[in-house]
Design a protein around this ligand. Sequence first.
Ligand SMILES: [Zn+2]
Length: 617
Amino acid sequence: MTKSLFTFFTAIFSIGLLAQNKTDYWQQHVDYTMAVNMDVKTFQYTGTQTLVYTNNSPDELKRVYFHLYFNAFQPGSEMDIRLQNIADPDDRMTTPDKKSRIASLTESEQGYLHAISLTQDGSKVSFSEEGTVLVVDLAKPIASGAKSTFNMEFKGQVPLQIRRSGRNSEEGVALSMSQWYPKLAEYDFEGWHADPYIAREFQGVWGDFDVKLTIDKEYTVGGTGYLQNADEIGHGYETPGTKIKKQKGKTLTWHFKAPMVHDFMWAADPDYIHDVQQVPNGPVLHFLYKDDPKILENWKNLQPKTIEAMEFFSNNIGKYPYDQYSVIQGGDGGMEYAMSTLITGNRKFGSLVGVMAHELAHSWFQHILATNESKHEWMDEGFTSFISKLCMTEIMDFDKENPFESTYKGYRNLALSGKEQPQTTHADRYALNFAYGISAYSKGSIFLSQLGYVIGQDKLMQTIRTYYDEFKFKHPVPNDVKRVAEKISGIELDWYLTDWTQTTNTIDYGIKEVSTTENSTKVTLERVGLMPMPLDILVVYNDGSKETFYAPLRIMRGEKENPYEGIERTVLEDWPWAYPTYDFEISKPMSSIQAIVIDPSQLMADVNLENNVWQAE
Ligand SMILES: [Zn+2]
Protein backbone atom coordinates (compact mmCIF):
# COMPACT_ATOMS: atom_id res chain seq x y z
CA MET A 1 0.00 0.00 0.00
CA THR A 2 1.40 3.40 -0.96
CA LYS A 3 1.62 6.11 1.60
CA SER A 4 -1.09 8.24 0.00
CA LEU A 5 -3.50 5.33 -0.12
CA PHE A 6 -2.74 4.58 3.50
CA THR A 7 -3.51 8.19 4.46
CA PHE A 8 -6.72 7.97 2.49
CA PHE A 9 -7.79 4.86 4.39
CA THR A 10 -6.92 6.27 7.79
CA ALA A 11 -8.85 9.43 6.89
CA ILE A 12 -11.94 7.37 6.15
CA PHE A 13 -11.35 5.38 9.29
CA SER A 14 -11.20 8.48 11.48
CA ILE A 15 -14.32 9.97 9.87
CA GLY A 16 -16.03 6.71 10.76
CA LEU A 17 -14.85 7.01 14.35
CA LEU A 18 -16.01 10.62 14.55
CA ALA A 19 -19.45 9.73 13.28
CA GLN A 20 -19.60 6.96 15.83
CA ASN A 21 -18.58 9.28 18.66
CA LYS A 22 -21.45 11.59 17.79
CA THR A 23 -24.01 8.93 18.58
CA ASP A 24 -22.27 7.92 21.80
CA TYR A 25 -23.78 8.85 25.12
CA TRP A 26 -22.55 12.17 26.52
CA GLN A 27 -23.63 14.45 29.33
CA GLN A 28 -22.80 17.98 30.40
CA HIS A 29 -20.88 18.68 33.58
CA VAL A 30 -21.09 21.50 36.14
CA ASP A 31 -18.96 22.55 39.09
CA TYR A 32 -20.77 24.98 41.37
CA THR A 33 -19.03 27.05 44.04
CA MET A 34 -21.53 29.13 45.99
CA ALA A 35 -21.44 31.36 49.05
CA VAL A 36 -24.79 32.34 50.49
CA ASN A 37 -25.90 34.64 53.31
CA MET A 38 -29.31 33.99 54.82
CA ASP A 39 -31.13 36.59 56.92
CA VAL A 40 -33.47 34.57 59.14
CA LYS A 41 -35.55 37.68 60.02
CA THR A 42 -36.49 38.80 56.51
CA PHE A 43 -35.95 35.40 54.82
CA GLN A 44 -33.96 37.21 52.18
CA TYR A 45 -30.60 35.94 51.00
CA THR A 46 -27.75 36.97 48.76
CA GLY A 47 -25.21 34.79 47.10
CA THR A 48 -22.36 34.43 44.67
CA GLN A 49 -22.01 31.55 42.26
CA THR A 50 -19.03 30.44 40.24
CA LEU A 51 -20.11 27.85 37.75
CA VAL A 52 -17.65 25.99 35.58
CA TYR A 53 -19.63 24.45 32.74
CA THR A 54 -18.15 21.73 30.57
CA ASN A 55 -19.81 21.31 27.20
CA ASN A 56 -19.45 17.60 26.47
CA SER A 57 -22.07 17.84 23.74
CA PRO A 58 -21.08 17.67 20.07
CA ASP A 59 -22.69 21.11 19.63
CA GLU A 60 -21.55 24.69 19.95
CA LEU A 61 -23.77 26.50 22.47
CA LYS A 62 -24.77 30.13 22.00
CA ARG A 63 -27.23 30.31 24.87
CA VAL A 64 -27.70 28.81 28.29
CA TYR A 65 -30.65 28.86 30.68
CA PHE A 66 -30.92 28.93 34.45
CA HIS A 67 -33.93 27.94 36.54
CA LEU A 68 -35.08 30.59 39.01
CA TYR A 69 -37.66 28.41 40.74
CA PHE A 70 -38.65 30.80 43.55
CA ASN A 71 -40.20 33.21 41.00
CA ALA A 72 -43.05 30.70 40.75
CA PHE A 73 -44.32 31.86 44.12
CA GLN A 74 -45.65 35.20 42.91
CA PRO A 75 -49.22 36.17 42.03
CA GLY A 76 -49.69 35.82 38.28
CA SER A 77 -46.84 33.32 37.79
CA GLU A 78 -47.41 30.32 35.51
CA MET A 79 -47.65 28.14 38.63
CA ASP A 80 -50.34 30.43 40.07
CA ILE A 81 -52.35 30.59 36.83
CA ARG A 82 -52.18 26.85 36.27
CA LEU A 83 -53.36 26.33 39.85
CA GLN A 84 -56.35 28.56 39.14
CA ASN A 85 -57.24 26.70 35.95
CA ILE A 86 -56.80 23.02 36.71
CA ALA A 87 -60.00 21.22 37.73
CA ASP A 88 -58.45 19.36 40.66
CA PRO A 89 -55.76 21.63 42.18
CA ASP A 90 -53.34 20.30 44.83
CA ASP A 91 -55.01 21.11 48.14
CA ARG A 92 -51.68 22.02 49.73
CA MET A 93 -51.57 24.94 47.32
CA THR A 94 -55.15 26.11 47.75
CA THR A 95 -57.29 27.59 50.51
CA PRO A 96 -60.22 25.52 51.87
CA ASP A 97 -62.47 27.23 49.30
CA LYS A 98 -60.12 26.12 46.47
CA LYS A 99 -58.48 29.52 45.82
CA SER A 100 -54.81 29.74 44.88
CA ARG A 101 -52.64 30.44 47.92
CA ILE A 102 -50.03 31.99 45.62
CA ALA A 103 -52.51 34.62 44.41
CA SER A 104 -52.87 36.08 47.88
CA LEU A 105 -49.19 36.21 48.91
CA THR A 106 -48.15 39.66 50.10
CA GLU A 107 -44.92 41.19 48.87
CA SER A 108 -42.97 40.06 51.92
CA GLU A 109 -44.41 36.50 51.69
CA GLN A 110 -43.65 35.96 48.00
CA GLY A 111 -40.64 34.18 46.67
CA TYR A 112 -38.14 35.51 44.20
CA LEU A 113 -34.73 34.71 42.80
CA HIS A 114 -32.93 37.26 40.62
CA ALA A 115 -29.52 37.44 38.98
CA ILE A 116 -27.87 40.78 39.82
CA SER A 117 -24.79 40.41 37.67
CA LEU A 118 -23.44 37.74 35.36
CA THR A 119 -20.19 37.30 33.50
CA GLN A 120 -18.90 34.55 31.24
CA ASP A 121 -15.13 34.07 31.36
CA GLY A 122 -14.88 37.63 32.67
CA SER A 123 -17.06 39.25 29.99
CA LYS A 124 -20.48 40.64 30.74
CA VAL A 125 -23.35 38.73 29.17
CA SER A 126 -26.89 39.84 28.51
CA PHE A 127 -29.58 38.03 30.42
CA SER A 128 -33.32 38.34 30.87
CA GLU A 129 -35.87 36.74 33.12
CA GLU A 130 -38.83 34.89 31.63
CA GLY A 131 -40.77 33.90 34.74
CA THR A 132 -38.84 31.06 36.36
CA VAL A 133 -36.22 30.87 33.61
CA LEU A 134 -33.19 33.11 33.09
CA VAL A 135 -32.26 33.33 29.41
CA VAL A 136 -28.56 34.02 28.85
CA ASP A 137 -27.15 35.01 25.47
CA LEU A 138 -23.50 34.13 25.67
CA ALA A 139 -20.70 36.62 25.12
CA LYS A 140 -18.83 33.91 23.26
CA PRO A 141 -20.18 30.54 22.07
CA ILE A 142 -19.03 27.48 24.04
CA ALA A 143 -17.40 25.07 21.61
CA SER A 144 -17.93 21.34 21.84
CA GLY A 145 -15.55 20.02 24.47
CA ALA A 146 -14.79 23.47 25.94
CA LYS A 147 -15.26 24.83 29.45
CA SER A 148 -16.73 28.21 30.33
CA THR A 149 -16.90 29.92 33.72
CA PHE A 150 -19.94 31.92 34.82
CA ASN A 151 -19.82 34.28 37.75
CA MET A 152 -23.14 35.39 39.13
CA GLU A 153 -24.35 37.48 42.02
CA PHE A 154 -27.92 36.70 43.00
CA LYS A 155 -30.52 37.60 45.57
CA GLY A 156 -33.59 35.77 46.70
CA GLN A 157 -36.50 35.76 49.07
CA VAL A 158 -37.84 32.50 50.51
CA PRO A 159 -41.59 32.27 49.93
CA LEU A 160 -44.05 31.26 52.58
CA GLN A 161 -44.22 27.46 52.28
CA ILE A 162 -46.68 26.73 49.44
CA ARG A 163 -45.18 23.75 47.66
CA ARG A 164 -42.05 21.70 48.36
CA SER A 165 -39.85 24.53 49.61
CA GLY A 166 -40.35 27.68 51.63
CA ARG A 167 -40.33 29.19 55.08
CA ASN A 168 -42.45 28.49 58.16
CA SER A 169 -43.98 25.18 57.10
CA GLU A 170 -47.23 24.02 58.64
CA GLU A 171 -45.20 21.97 61.12
CA GLY A 172 -43.12 25.00 62.03
CA VAL A 173 -39.89 24.22 60.15
CA ALA A 174 -38.19 27.56 59.49
CA LEU A 175 -36.41 26.89 56.16
CA SER A 176 -37.01 24.14 53.59
CA MET A 177 -34.53 25.19 50.91
CA SER A 178 -35.05 23.18 47.77
CA GLN A 179 -35.02 24.74 44.28
CA TRP A 180 -33.39 27.80 45.85
CA TYR A 181 -30.32 28.69 43.75
CA PRO A 182 -29.89 29.68 40.08
CA LYS A 183 -29.66 26.20 38.57
CA LEU A 184 -28.31 25.65 35.09
CA ALA A 185 -30.83 23.89 32.85
CA GLU A 186 -29.85 20.57 31.32
CA TYR A 187 -28.83 20.23 27.69
CA ASP A 188 -28.77 16.67 26.37
CA PHE A 189 -29.21 14.71 23.16
CA GLU A 190 -32.82 15.95 23.00
CA GLY A 191 -31.77 19.60 23.34
CA TRP A 192 -32.51 22.07 26.13
CA HIS A 193 -34.77 21.29 29.08
CA ALA A 194 -35.50 24.79 30.35
CA ASP A 195 -38.99 23.96 31.59
CA PRO A 196 -40.82 26.64 33.54
CA TYR A 197 -41.62 25.68 37.14
CA ILE A 198 -45.34 24.95 37.12
CA ALA A 199 -45.96 21.80 39.09
CA ARG A 200 -43.23 19.26 38.55
CA GLU A 201 -40.50 18.00 38.13
CA PHE A 202 -36.79 18.37 37.90
CA GLN A 203 -33.90 17.60 35.61
CA GLY A 204 -30.41 18.81 36.43
CA VAL A 205 -26.82 18.73 35.22
CA TRP A 206 -24.49 16.27 36.93
CA GLY A 207 -21.56 17.79 38.78
CA ASP A 208 -19.82 18.80 41.98
CA PHE A 209 -21.13 21.34 44.49
CA ASP A 210 -19.18 23.41 47.01
CA VAL A 211 -21.55 25.50 49.12
CA LYS A 212 -20.79 27.90 51.97
CA LEU A 213 -23.84 28.95 53.91
CA THR A 214 -23.79 31.72 56.49
CA ILE A 215 -26.76 31.69 58.85
CA ASP A 216 -27.76 32.55 62.44
CA LYS A 217 -25.68 30.27 64.67
CA GLU A 218 -28.73 28.96 66.56
CA TYR A 219 -29.91 27.17 63.40
CA THR A 220 -29.10 23.52 62.73
CA VAL A 221 -28.65 22.79 59.01
CA GLY A 222 -28.98 19.54 57.09
CA GLY A 223 -29.27 18.49 53.47
CA THR A 224 -27.12 17.59 50.47
CA GLY A 225 -23.37 17.36 50.91
CA TYR A 226 -20.72 16.48 53.45
CA LEU A 227 -20.01 19.12 56.10
CA GLN A 228 -16.35 20.12 55.76
CA ASN A 229 -15.99 22.03 59.03
CA ALA A 230 -17.98 19.79 61.36
CA ASP A 231 -15.68 20.23 64.37
CA GLU A 232 -16.01 24.00 64.08
CA ILE A 233 -19.80 23.93 63.60
CA GLY A 234 -20.89 21.27 66.09
CA HIS A 235 -24.69 20.96 66.11
CA GLY A 236 -24.29 17.18 66.32
CA TYR A 237 -21.98 16.90 63.28
CA GLU A 238 -18.72 17.01 65.29
CA THR A 239 -16.54 13.98 65.84
CA PRO A 240 -17.87 12.42 69.06
CA GLY A 241 -16.06 13.88 72.06
CA THR A 242 -14.92 17.06 70.29
CA LYS A 243 -15.29 20.28 72.27
CA ILE A 244 -16.71 22.99 70.04
CA LYS A 245 -15.06 26.39 70.44
CA LYS A 246 -17.56 29.14 71.07
CA GLN A 247 -17.78 31.28 67.94
CA LYS A 248 -17.85 35.05 68.12
CA GLY A 249 -20.62 36.83 66.24
CA LYS A 250 -24.19 35.88 65.52
CA THR A 251 -23.63 33.59 62.55
CA LEU A 252 -21.84 30.42 61.52
CA THR A 253 -20.59 29.58 58.04
CA TRP A 254 -21.36 25.98 57.12
CA HIS A 255 -19.20 24.52 54.36
CA PHE A 256 -20.66 21.60 52.36
CA LYS A 257 -19.27 19.58 49.47
CA ALA A 258 -21.31 17.20 47.34
CA PRO A 259 -19.59 15.24 44.57
CA MET A 260 -21.51 13.99 41.51
CA VAL A 261 -25.04 15.16 42.26
CA HIS A 262 -27.51 17.14 40.15
CA ASP A 263 -29.18 19.21 42.85
CA PHE A 264 -28.46 20.73 46.23
CA MET A 265 -31.03 21.06 49.02
CA TRP A 266 -30.73 22.30 52.57
CA ALA A 267 -33.05 22.88 55.49
CA ALA A 268 -32.53 24.79 58.73
CA ASP A 269 -34.35 25.29 61.99
CA PRO A 270 -33.33 26.53 65.45
CA ASP A 271 -35.19 23.65 67.17
CA TYR A 272 -34.02 20.63 65.22
CA ILE A 273 -33.00 17.53 67.14
CA HIS A 274 -30.11 15.87 65.31
CA ASP A 275 -29.52 12.09 65.59
CA VAL A 276 -26.84 10.15 63.75
CA GLN A 277 -26.90 6.46 62.82
CA GLN A 278 -24.44 4.25 60.96
CA VAL A 279 -25.65 1.73 58.40
CA PRO A 280 -23.37 -1.33 58.67
CA ASN A 281 -21.09 -1.22 55.58
CA GLY A 282 -23.14 1.72 54.38
CA PRO A 283 -23.62 5.45 54.81
CA VAL A 284 -24.04 7.59 57.91
CA LEU A 285 -27.66 8.63 58.41
CA HIS A 286 -28.67 12.00 59.83
CA PHE A 287 -32.13 12.63 61.23
CA LEU A 288 -33.24 16.21 61.80
CA TYR A 289 -36.66 16.80 63.31
CA LYS A 290 -38.48 19.27 65.51
CA ASP A 291 -38.31 18.98 69.26
CA ASP A 292 -42.04 18.29 69.41
CA PRO A 293 -43.21 15.71 72.02
CA LYS A 294 -45.95 14.48 69.65
CA ILE A 295 -43.47 13.12 67.11
CA LEU A 296 -40.38 12.14 69.13
CA GLU A 297 -41.18 8.46 69.62
CA ASN A 298 -41.98 7.89 65.94
CA TRP A 299 -38.83 9.69 64.82
CA LYS A 300 -36.69 7.54 67.14
CA ASN A 301 -38.34 4.36 65.83
CA LEU A 302 -37.94 5.56 62.25
CA GLN A 303 -34.16 5.33 62.51
CA PRO A 304 -33.66 1.53 62.59
CA LYS A 305 -36.29 1.25 59.82
CA THR A 306 -34.27 3.66 57.67
CA ILE A 307 -31.22 1.43 58.14
CA GLU A 308 -33.28 -1.59 57.03
CA ALA A 309 -34.65 0.28 54.00
CA MET A 310 -31.16 1.45 53.00
CA GLU A 311 -29.97 -2.17 53.13
CA PHE A 312 -33.01 -3.41 51.20
CA PHE A 313 -32.48 -0.96 48.32
CA SER A 314 -28.71 -1.48 48.28
CA ASN A 315 -29.22 -5.24 48.01
CA ASN A 316 -32.01 -5.17 45.45
CA ILE A 317 -31.00 -2.29 43.17
CA GLY A 318 -27.31 -1.62 43.79
CA LYS A 319 -25.08 -0.21 46.50
CA TYR A 320 -25.91 3.32 47.67
CA PRO A 321 -22.89 5.24 46.37
CA TYR A 322 -22.62 8.15 48.84
CA ASP A 323 -21.36 8.09 52.44
CA GLN A 324 -24.30 10.04 53.82
CA TYR A 325 -28.09 10.31 53.71
CA SER A 326 -30.29 12.72 55.69
CA VAL A 327 -33.95 12.38 56.62
CA ILE A 328 -35.15 15.88 57.44
CA GLN A 329 -38.48 17.18 58.67
CA GLY A 330 -39.61 19.93 56.32
CA GLY A 331 -41.50 20.65 53.15
CA ASP A 332 -45.12 19.68 52.66
CA GLY A 333 -45.33 15.92 52.22
CA GLY A 334 -42.31 14.07 50.93
CA MET A 335 -39.81 15.08 48.32
CA GLU A 336 -36.57 13.55 47.22
CA TYR A 337 -33.28 15.40 46.90
CA ALA A 338 -29.62 14.61 46.48
CA MET A 339 -28.38 12.58 49.47
CA SER A 340 -31.45 13.67 51.45
CA THR A 341 -35.19 14.05 51.72
CA LEU A 342 -37.67 16.54 53.17
CA ILE A 343 -40.71 14.88 54.72
CA THR A 344 -43.47 16.09 57.01
CA GLY A 345 -43.06 14.61 60.46
CA ASN A 346 -46.41 14.59 62.19
CA ARG A 347 -47.67 11.23 60.91
CA LYS A 348 -48.71 7.82 62.13
CA PHE A 349 -45.71 5.49 62.32
CA GLY A 350 -46.62 3.42 59.23
CA SER A 351 -47.02 6.54 57.16
CA LEU A 352 -43.73 7.99 58.41
CA VAL A 353 -41.85 4.81 57.48
CA GLY A 354 -43.74 4.70 54.15
CA VAL A 355 -42.78 8.22 53.13
CA MET A 356 -39.16 7.68 54.21
CA ALA A 357 -38.98 4.44 52.18
CA HIS A 358 -40.49 6.12 49.12
CA GLU A 359 -38.19 9.15 49.22
CA LEU A 360 -35.13 7.06 50.00
CA ALA A 361 -35.93 4.80 47.02
CA HIS A 362 -35.82 7.95 44.88
CA SER A 363 -32.08 8.10 45.64
CA TRP A 364 -31.86 5.33 43.05
CA PHE A 365 -34.82 6.13 40.76
CA GLN A 366 -34.48 9.86 40.21
CA HIS A 367 -31.24 10.86 41.74
CA ILE A 368 -28.66 8.27 40.67
CA LEU A 369 -30.69 7.03 37.68
CA ALA A 370 -31.55 10.60 36.74
CA THR A 371 -34.37 10.29 34.25
CA ASN A 372 -35.96 13.50 33.07
CA GLU A 373 -38.94 13.70 35.41
CA SER A 374 -40.91 16.06 33.22
CA LYS A 375 -40.81 13.70 30.26
CA HIS A 376 -40.65 10.26 31.85
CA GLU A 377 -42.35 10.79 35.20
CA TRP A 378 -43.36 7.12 35.34
CA MET A 379 -39.72 5.92 35.42
CA ASP A 380 -39.18 8.09 38.45
CA GLU A 381 -42.36 7.88 40.54
CA GLY A 382 -43.42 4.48 39.20
CA PHE A 383 -40.16 2.61 39.72
CA THR A 384 -39.82 4.24 43.14
CA SER A 385 -43.36 3.17 44.09
CA PHE A 386 -42.63 -0.38 42.93
CA ILE A 387 -39.43 -0.88 44.90
CA SER A 388 -40.61 0.97 48.02
CA LYS A 389 -43.74 -1.22 48.14
CA LEU A 390 -41.50 -4.30 48.08
CA CYS A 391 -39.36 -2.73 50.79
CA MET A 392 -42.39 -2.02 52.99
CA THR A 393 -43.59 -5.61 52.74
CA GLU A 394 -40.14 -6.66 53.93
CA ILE A 395 -39.49 -4.18 56.74
CA MET A 396 -43.06 -3.57 57.96
CA ASP A 397 -44.69 -6.96 57.29
CA PHE A 398 -47.22 -5.35 55.00
CA ASP A 399 -49.60 -7.39 52.84
CA LYS A 400 -47.27 -9.95 51.27
CA GLU A 401 -49.94 -11.77 49.25
CA ASN A 402 -50.22 -9.11 46.56
CA PRO A 403 -48.58 -5.86 47.66
CA PHE A 404 -49.64 -4.23 44.39
CA GLU A 405 -53.38 -4.88 44.63
CA SER A 406 -54.30 -1.26 45.33
CA THR A 407 -51.88 -0.10 42.63
CA TYR A 408 -53.73 -2.16 39.99
CA LYS A 409 -57.09 -0.99 41.34
CA GLY A 410 -56.01 2.62 40.93
CA TYR A 411 -54.81 2.02 37.39
CA ARG A 412 -58.06 0.27 36.36
CA ASN A 413 -59.99 3.13 37.82
CA LEU A 414 -58.12 5.61 35.61
CA ALA A 415 -58.08 3.41 32.50
CA LEU A 416 -61.86 2.99 32.63
CA SER A 417 -62.56 6.64 33.53
CA GLY A 418 -61.90 8.03 30.06
CA LYS A 419 -59.48 10.56 31.61
CA GLU A 420 -56.28 8.65 30.92
CA GLN A 421 -53.50 10.30 28.91
CA PRO A 422 -50.45 8.39 27.66
CA GLN A 423 -47.38 8.31 29.88
CA THR A 424 -45.47 10.27 27.27
CA THR A 425 -47.47 13.34 28.34
CA HIS A 426 -45.29 16.09 29.82
CA ALA A 427 -45.76 15.93 33.61
CA ASP A 428 -47.15 19.49 33.67
CA ARG A 429 -49.68 18.97 30.92
CA TYR A 430 -52.00 16.31 32.24
CA ALA A 431 -55.54 17.65 32.26
CA LEU A 432 -55.97 16.45 35.84
CA ASN A 433 -53.64 15.93 38.80
CA PHE A 434 -55.60 12.69 39.34
CA ALA A 435 -54.58 11.42 35.89
CA TYR A 436 -50.95 12.45 36.43
CA GLY A 437 -50.83 10.74 39.82
CA ILE A 438 -52.19 7.37 38.71
CA SER A 439 -50.27 7.43 35.45
CA ALA A 440 -46.90 8.27 37.01
CA TYR A 441 -47.12 6.35 40.30
CA SER A 442 -49.47 3.40 39.71
CA LYS A 443 -49.15 2.75 35.98
CA GLY A 444 -45.41 3.39 36.29
CA SER A 445 -45.13 0.86 39.12
CA ILE A 446 -47.13 -1.66 37.09
CA PHE A 447 -44.66 -1.23 34.22
CA LEU A 448 -42.22 -3.18 36.42
CA SER A 449 -44.54 -5.59 38.28
CA GLN A 450 -46.17 -6.53 34.97
CA LEU A 451 -42.75 -6.81 33.31
CA GLY A 452 -42.08 -9.44 35.98
CA TYR A 453 -45.16 -11.27 34.70
CA VAL A 454 -43.86 -11.03 31.11
CA ILE A 455 -40.21 -12.01 31.61
CA GLY A 456 -40.29 -13.71 35.05
CA GLN A 457 -39.61 -12.32 38.54
CA ASP A 458 -35.92 -13.32 38.70
CA LYS A 459 -35.27 -11.73 35.33
CA LEU A 460 -37.08 -8.58 36.47
CA MET A 461 -34.88 -8.19 39.55
CA GLN A 462 -31.80 -8.91 37.45
CA THR A 463 -32.98 -6.26 34.97
CA ILE A 464 -33.28 -3.70 37.76
CA ARG A 465 -29.78 -4.41 39.07
CA THR A 466 -28.22 -4.33 35.60
CA TYR A 467 -30.13 -1.17 34.65
CA TYR A 468 -28.72 0.50 37.77
CA ASP A 469 -25.23 -0.71 37.03
CA GLU A 470 -25.21 0.48 33.43
CA PHE A 471 -27.01 3.81 33.87
CA LYS A 472 -26.05 5.13 37.32
CA PHE A 473 -24.95 8.79 37.27
CA LYS A 474 -26.55 9.21 33.83
CA HIS A 475 -29.89 10.28 32.37
CA PRO A 476 -31.51 7.03 31.19
CA VAL A 477 -34.55 7.09 28.87
CA PRO A 478 -37.37 4.52 28.54
CA ASN A 479 -35.64 2.56 25.80
CA ASP A 480 -32.64 1.96 28.07
CA VAL A 481 -34.59 -0.04 30.64
CA LYS A 482 -36.39 -1.91 27.87
CA ARG A 483 -33.12 -2.90 26.19
CA VAL A 484 -31.67 -4.14 29.46
CA ALA A 485 -34.79 -6.28 30.05
CA GLU A 486 -34.55 -7.64 26.51
CA LYS A 487 -30.91 -8.61 26.90
CA ILE A 488 -31.48 -10.21 30.31
CA SER A 489 -34.60 -12.16 29.30
CA GLY A 490 -34.03 -12.93 25.62
CA ILE A 491 -37.57 -11.64 25.02
CA GLU A 492 -38.35 -8.79 22.63
CA LEU A 493 -40.27 -6.04 24.38
CA ASP A 494 -40.80 -3.22 21.91
CA TRP A 495 -44.55 -3.92 21.91
CA TYR A 496 -44.59 -3.72 25.70
CA LEU A 497 -42.82 -0.37 25.90
CA THR A 498 -44.83 1.25 23.12
CA ASP A 499 -48.31 0.11 24.12
CA TRP A 500 -47.92 0.57 27.85
CA THR A 501 -46.07 3.90 27.87
CA GLN A 502 -46.98 5.64 24.63
CA THR A 503 -50.66 4.79 24.27
CA THR A 504 -53.73 4.32 26.43
CA ASN A 505 -54.43 0.90 24.89
CA THR A 506 -55.79 -1.45 27.52
CA ILE A 507 -55.41 -5.16 28.20
CA ASP A 508 -58.51 -7.34 28.25
CA TYR A 509 -58.33 -11.05 27.64
CA GLY A 510 -61.19 -13.46 28.28
CA ILE A 511 -62.21 -17.10 28.22
CA LYS A 512 -64.74 -17.11 25.39
CA GLU A 513 -65.78 -20.72 25.32
CA VAL A 514 -64.99 -24.07 26.90
CA SER A 515 -66.30 -27.14 25.05
CA THR A 516 -65.96 -30.92 25.01
CA THR A 517 -64.18 -32.83 22.25
CA GLU A 518 -64.38 -36.56 23.04
CA ASN A 519 -61.99 -37.06 25.99
CA SER A 520 -60.44 -33.64 25.92
CA THR A 521 -61.49 -30.05 26.40
CA LYS A 522 -61.19 -27.18 23.96
CA VAL A 523 -60.64 -23.68 25.36
CA THR A 524 -61.21 -20.60 23.20
CA LEU A 525 -59.55 -17.45 24.47
CA GLU A 526 -60.20 -13.97 23.14
CA ARG A 527 -58.30 -10.71 23.04
CA VAL A 528 -60.81 -7.92 23.66
CA GLY A 529 -58.36 -5.05 24.39
CA LEU A 530 -55.85 -3.65 21.91
CA MET A 531 -52.73 -4.24 23.97
CA PRO A 532 -51.33 -7.74 23.46
CA MET A 533 -49.99 -9.83 26.34
CA PRO A 534 -48.73 -13.38 26.83
CA LEU A 535 -51.07 -15.54 28.91
CA ASP A 536 -50.58 -17.85 31.88
CA ILE A 537 -53.62 -20.09 32.23
CA LEU A 538 -54.26 -22.15 35.34
CA VAL A 539 -56.49 -25.22 35.22
CA VAL A 540 -57.83 -26.59 38.52
CA TYR A 541 -59.29 -30.10 38.49
CA ASN A 542 -62.05 -31.55 40.67
CA ASP A 543 -59.50 -33.62 42.61
CA GLY A 544 -57.63 -30.44 43.53
CA SER A 545 -54.70 -31.01 41.16
CA LYS A 546 -53.51 -28.14 38.98
CA GLU A 547 -51.67 -27.56 35.75
CA THR A 548 -50.83 -24.45 33.76
CA PHE A 549 -50.64 -23.51 30.10
CA TYR A 550 -48.56 -20.72 28.69
CA ALA A 551 -49.34 -18.87 25.46
CA PRO A 552 -46.40 -16.59 24.57
CA LEU A 553 -46.89 -13.81 22.03
CA ARG A 554 -45.24 -14.42 18.67
CA ILE A 555 -43.72 -10.90 18.79
CA MET A 556 -41.87 -11.78 22.00
CA ARG A 557 -39.62 -14.20 20.08
CA GLY A 558 -38.96 -15.93 23.37
CA GLU A 559 -40.50 -17.43 26.50
CA LYS A 560 -40.28 -16.94 30.23
CA GLU A 561 -39.48 -19.73 32.63
CA ASN A 562 -42.26 -21.53 34.48
CA PRO A 563 -43.32 -19.07 37.21
CA TYR A 564 -45.23 -21.70 39.23
CA GLU A 565 -42.72 -24.02 40.78
CA GLY A 566 -44.17 -27.49 41.37
CA ILE A 567 -47.05 -27.07 38.90
CA GLU A 568 -46.61 -28.69 35.52
CA ARG A 569 -46.66 -26.24 32.62
CA THR A 570 -47.39 -26.79 28.93
CA VAL A 571 -45.90 -24.19 26.60
CA LEU A 572 -48.44 -23.65 23.81
CA GLU A 573 -47.95 -22.33 20.26
CA ASP A 574 -47.20 -18.61 20.04
CA TRP A 575 -50.24 -16.34 19.79
CA PRO A 576 -49.82 -13.97 16.84
CA TRP A 577 -51.41 -10.95 18.51
CA ALA A 578 -53.55 -9.81 15.54
CA TYR A 579 -55.72 -12.93 15.85
CA PRO A 580 -58.64 -12.00 18.11
CA THR A 581 -59.17 -15.59 19.29
CA TYR A 582 -56.90 -18.50 20.16
CA ASP A 583 -57.73 -22.16 20.83
CA PHE A 584 -55.88 -24.74 22.89
CA GLU A 585 -56.68 -28.18 24.14
CA ILE A 586 -56.62 -29.72 27.61
CA SER A 587 -56.16 -33.48 27.34
CA LYS A 588 -58.70 -34.21 30.06
CA PRO A 589 -62.47 -34.34 29.91
CA MET A 590 -64.38 -31.20 30.66
CA SER A 591 -66.23 -33.01 33.47
CA SER A 592 -62.94 -33.26 35.44
CA ILE A 593 -62.31 -29.49 35.36
CA GLN A 594 -63.38 -27.29 38.22
CA ALA A 595 -62.02 -23.93 36.97
CA ILE A 596 -59.86 -22.20 34.35
CA VAL A 597 -58.17 -18.92 35.26
CA ILE A 598 -56.23 -16.42 33.14
CA ASP A 599 -53.24 -15.00 35.05
CA PRO A 600 -53.80 -16.20 38.62
CA SER A 601 -51.00 -13.85 39.76
CA GLN A 602 -53.09 -10.85 38.69
CA LEU A 603 -49.87 -9.06 37.75
CA MET A 604 -51.21 -8.57 34.22
CA ALA A 605 -53.20 -5.34 34.30
CA ASP A 606 -56.32 -6.73 32.65
CA VAL A 607 -58.99 -4.03 32.94
CA ASN A 608 -61.84 -6.52 33.03
CA LEU A 609 -61.32 -9.47 35.37
CA GLU A 610 -64.84 -10.83 34.99
CA ASN A 611 -64.09 -12.80 31.83
CA ASN A 612 -60.80 -14.18 33.19
CA VAL A 613 -62.34 -17.09 35.07
CA TRP A 614 -64.39 -20.05 33.87
CA GLN A 615 -66.01 -22.26 36.47
CA ALA A 616 -67.83 -25.56 36.06
CA GLU A 617 -71.58 -25.19 36.54
ZN1 LIG B 1 -41.99 10.12 44.62
